[in-house]
Design a protein around this ligand. Structure first.
Ligand code: FAD
Length: 438
């Protein structure tokens, strides 16, 4: 394949940065990944991928999809293969391991597929070998970007905290919720736009050996994805590691501010007893599972960009992708999926560009095609939590089911081929008319 006559910098090697690198590589775009950590790494937790995300992986790269499929775990029971989540009353005092006593309030059926999830670190292990050798630099924490962003003939200079620099024709900021690229792009004089806000929710996360989970929940509730609703709190459980482990995410709403003085610190130490106290009033289902978690845990703050949505995802030759552009709370379980959709669109657009001077137009077409959907997810995710925690519609379970189904349908039913074709048409129009990109 011909290599494009330009070189781009990818800042950040999380799911977005790695998927983007793999997808650009397949389209002949040369790149270097700059990652602040000493190695690629993901947290020990599960991540669910919806059917739209799986379709986006296929567009990015067949190898990426194959890697996900190797580590993906779906609902174990054939009768649950189309189920995204069974939604239950987490406050019920009925034993969870007697299914006929604790029937779901409603079931969310996936449109083309049921629940699919993996352990984050296992997915990362599948992605890394797909990168060309020597394409990543570690210990490179971006500090700023220098150079005339409007002059495409001259490279931009990335400046790192260790005092070193690197040059690139464009910078793709995949540096997540705390993105430094976003702060550079928006300008330090607009800190409110650059900074995510606390959603007044935090989570406890746990990975529980399946035998322990079965002891607490019984087989049906452990082998398949469940969502446990309750007032001001809710929990999700789904199998990962080919059914050897149950992933638990337990959400708590609080009026208190996030206690860390350091706004960059999104996790704090906690204990199993803290979690049990926070879930007081729940039934033997969620409480039984929390008792199976490690005595020492962490609390994760849920910050997002809902209060300060970006007016644009790019400026000149600097473009934000994934959480850097639209960090969301995880109540639709779709944040990473949107990152992968972003990657499918952006790499397809960049793959059609043959001159570095056309990159700003590709970023403009990316922004125009993605920003509405990505920012809708951020807002809708907050609403989803209010539904699951009985704040938005009380205990009107039929109303909750209808609204959640409609919101999920918007996530699942996107026709990515049509969307990408329209974005490419927009790019051709911008180039033909010589439209200013920013
Ligand atoms: P990140 O994963 O944050 O990666 C950013 C990378 O950039 C990191 O490697 C970091 O070290 C690096 N970096 C940061 N700053 C710099 C810098 N200055 N210089 C160089 N490198 C830098 N999504 C789903 O689709 N399904 C789910 O089930 C799901 N569950 C979730 C549960 C929780 C509790 C949370 C909080 C989120 C969940 N999400 C889920 C959302 C998903 O985790 C994110 O959307 C996704 O991980 C974002 O990936 P990213 O690569 O954009 O950012």
């Amino acid at each position: 394949m011909t290599t494009k006559p330009f070189h781009v910098a990818i800042v950040g090697g999380g799911i977005t940065g790695l998927a983007l690198a793999i997808s650009l590589h397949r389209r002949g775009v040369s790149f270097t990944i700059y990652e602040q950590a000493a190695a690629f790494g993901e947290i020990g937790a599960g991540v669910g991928m919806h059917a739209n995300a799986v379709r986006a992986m296929k567009i990015c790269d067949e190898g990426l999809l194959a890697g996900f499929e190797r580590v993906a775990t779906r609902n174990a029971w054939p009768s649950k293969s189309a189920v995204w989540f069974d939604v239950l009353d987490g406050t019920s005092t009925e034993p969870a391991n007697v299914p006929e006593k604790l029937a779901p309030l409603f079931t969310l059926i996936g449109h083309t597929d049921g629940h699919a999830a993996c352990h984050r670190a296992r997915f990362l292990e599948e992605m890394v070998p797909l990168l060309p050798e020597g394409s990543a630099r570690f210990g490179k924490r971006l500090k700023t970007i220098e150079g005339n962003n409007d002059d495409s003939d001259r490279a931009l200079t990335l400046v790192f905290e260790d005092g070193t620099t690197a040059q690139a024709d464009a910078v793709l900021g995949c540096d997540g919720i705390k993105s430094r690229t976003r702060a550079v792009l928006v300008g330090d004089d607009h800190p409110e736009r650059a900074k995510p806000a606390y959603s007044h929710k935090f989570v406890y996360r746990g990975l529980i050996p399946m035998a322990d989970a079965v002891a607490a929940l019984g087989e049906e509730r452990s082998a398949n994805a469940m969502l446990w609703m309750g007032p001001e709190r809710h929990a999700l459980t789904f199998p990962v590691n080919h059914g050897q482990t149950l992933n638990l995410v337990a959400f708590v709403t609080t009026p208190e501010p996030w206690p860390s003085k350091d706004a960059q610190q999104l996790t704090l130490p906690a204990t199993r007893n803290d979690a049990l106290r926070d879930f007081e009033g729940f039934g033997p289902n969620v409480l039984g599972l929390l008792r199976q978690t490690a005595p020492q845990m962490e609390r994760w703050a849920l910050f997002d960009l809902a209060e300060h949505p970006l007016p644009q995802f790019y400026k000149g030759r600097v473009c934000l992708v994934g959480d850097a552009a639209h960090a969301s709370t995880p109540h639709h379980g779709a944040g990473a999926g949107m990152c992968i959709e972003d990657v499918a669109y952006l790499s397809e657009l960049m793959g059609t560009v043959n001159d570095k001077r056309e990159l700003p137009a590709a970023f403009a077409a990316f922004d125009a095609s993605r920003r509405g959907r990505d920012q809708w997810l951020v807002a809708s995710s907050r609403r989803a939590a209010e539904l699951y925690e009985w704040q938005a519609r009380g205990r009107d379970f039929e109303g909750i089911a209808d609204e959640v189904r409609a919101r999920q349908a918007y996530i699942w039913n996107i026709d990515l081929d049509v969307g990408i074709a329209a974005a490419k048409k927009d790019l051709r129009r911008r180039l033909a008319l010589g439209m200013p990109a920013a």
